[in-house]
Design a protein around this ligand. Structure first.
Ligand SMILES: [Zn+2]
Length: 204
């Protein structure tokens, strides 16, 4: 239903305006959508006009989501991951990801693509029937890759310390970028004062 007067003060001194509103996808990718509003020139109240905005928002969101999925697929492809493999690993019907790229996907599809986008190796775990030992191995391998990657990069500093006693083995690794801690690995920081101090220093 079209509104012709201000719902707050009933004034007819109103104006239709189209404004652009910003929003963000789960990874922070910004997108904008057109938003029609009724501005009351007497009391400054801004009112959403006859629910058209829901449609505008959904269309803009759908389009942004397709681009988002497309970008994740390109990144995965550049890293050598095939969409066919990812579909097989997660037991998705063939060409599901292609359909998501061209027709958009549900919130659960977006969640899966977001996770696989930053952790493609999750597909390997799925491919091994979610085996716990394989999963643990992947996590350790990826943590190792992160530490090695940071240790060999120019703008990161890495500290790795291993404490072993008869009773326990503790590994502490910290990655710092621009003097700020960006990742800390610690097996059991709270069990020993020295280890705890070291852990807190790395976290600082
Ligand atoms: Zn008003």
């Amino acid at each position: 239903m079209k509104i012709n007067n201000c719902p707050f003060c009933s004034s007819e001194n109103v104006e239709n305006r189209t404004i652009e509103k910003p929003d963000k996808l789960p990874d922070g990718t910004p997108f904008k959508y057109k938003y029609e509003v009724l501005v009351c020139l007497d009391c400054d109240t801004i009112t959403d006009v006859d629910k058209k905005n829901d449609t505008a928002y959904l269309a803009a969101h759908e389009s942004a989501k397709k681009q988002y999925v497309d970008k994740i697929c390109q990144d995965l492809s550049n890293k050598g991951w095939s969409m066919a493999y990812i579909e097989r690993a997660f037991r998705l019907p063939q060409r599901t990801i292609t359909r998501w790229k061209s027709q958009g996907c549900s919130a659960s599809g977006m969640a899966l693509m977001s996770l696989v986008g930053i952790m493609p190796w999750l597909a390997k775990i799925a491919d091994h029937n979610y085996d716990q030992a394989i999963a643990a191995g992947e996590v350790i391998a990826q943590a190792g890759n992160l530490i090695v990657g940071a240790a060999t990069s120019n703008d990161c500093t890495t500290t790795v310390k291993i404490y072993s006693s008869e009773k326990s083995l503790n590994i502490i690794a910290g990655i710092h970028k621009n003097q700020k801690s960006c990742a800390i690995l610690s097996t059991e920081p709270q069990t020993d004062n020295i280890i705890n101090t070291e852990y807190e220093l790395l976290r600082a």
